[in-house]
Design a protein around this ligand. Structure first.
Ligand code: FPP
Length: 259
């Protein structure tokens, strides 16, 4: 039975408090969700696709600017061939079935990750999705596909080394800002919050550079069970946190001044 769209039951964005501009999600637990139901892992990934649609609706509802989803990591190539093929077929389906609808809803699609090792047909589909939606002004949906944080940083280092060898930059020009400008999507803000479902607590090579000050929210539910209310819970958790970015933060500053 199809699940209900819970968007109408969500709080208005104004009731949440501070909202993150950029939410990134490690969608974990598809395989365990399927196993618990005696189903093949592919069914977990298929159900995970519906959870992606719910996450996009919720992000849209709350006016989040960027939603990044970790769809296929550079380490996922080590899974059985049949599972890799299935994840690729889901990406194809996503572009063929969902992109037009997202385009109508003013969603801008970005794909982050390496294009190396991807077939020409997939690269063409990804380019089509990005071009079609490039002028949209609503939610930016960044799909991390064939993505690895270390690879992303290594690619940036390689580009800068090439520029240095050509004499275009000097070694002392290399700053965190310059490295940041050579990552896959330099125009996107860093994630404010990273959600990981499936009760695991690690980053798994996701947005390593960009997550320096991200708030981590770990949810026990498997990704296919994630819905609009899970998204709202994570936002409420985020709004309660005090972000200090290495400084003392408002409360501490006041305490220090009072002494
Ligand atoms: C992790 O669960 C999930 C993945 C490796 C793939 C996530 C993909 C989707 C949700 C659908 C594809 C989305 C797009 C937009 C193409 P796991 O398989 O590691 O779960 P487990 O830890 O329970 O085994």
């Amino acid at each position: 039975m199809p699940r209900r769209d819970l968007t109408e039951h969500l709080l208005p964005a104004s009731a949440i408090g501070t909202l993150p501009r950029h939410v990134a999600i490690i969608m974990d637990g598809n395989g365990r969700w399927a196993r618990a139901r005696g189903m093949p892992r592919s069914m977990g990934h298929r159900a995970g696709m519906d959870a992606v649609r719910r996450a996009v609706r919720a992000a849209d509802h709350f006016g989040v600017e960027v939603l990044t989803i970790y769809s296929f990591s550079s380490e996922n190539w080590s899974r059985p061939r049949s599972e890799v093929d299935y994840l690729f077929s889901l990406l194809r389906q996503f572009v063929e079935r969902d992109v037009m609808d997202l385009h109508r809803r003013n969603v801008r699609i970005r794909i982050i990750g390496s294009r190396e090792g991807l077939g020409e047909d997939i690269v063409a589909l990804l380019t089509y999705a990005e071009r079609l939606t490039s002028d949209n002004t609503g939610l930016t949906l960044a799909v991390a596909f064939n993505y690895g944080g270390r690879q992303e940083i290594a690619e940036a280092a390689r580009k800068l080394a090439e520029q240095a060898v050509r004499g275009d930059i000097a070694p002392q020009d290399i700053t965190p800002e310059l490295i940041g400008r050579h990552l896959y999507a330099p125009d996107l803000p860093d994630p404010d919050m990273i959600i990981r479902t499936g009760d695991e607590k690690r980053l798994s090579n996701f947005l390593l550079w960009q997550s320096a000050y991200a708030e981590m929210v770990f949810l026990p539910e498997y990704w296919p069970d994630f819905d609009e209310l899970s998204f709202q819970r994570a936002l409420l958790d985020f709004a309660r946190r005090e972000r200090r970015f290495g400084g003392l933060g408002e409360r501490r500053t006041r305490k220090v001044a009072e002494r």
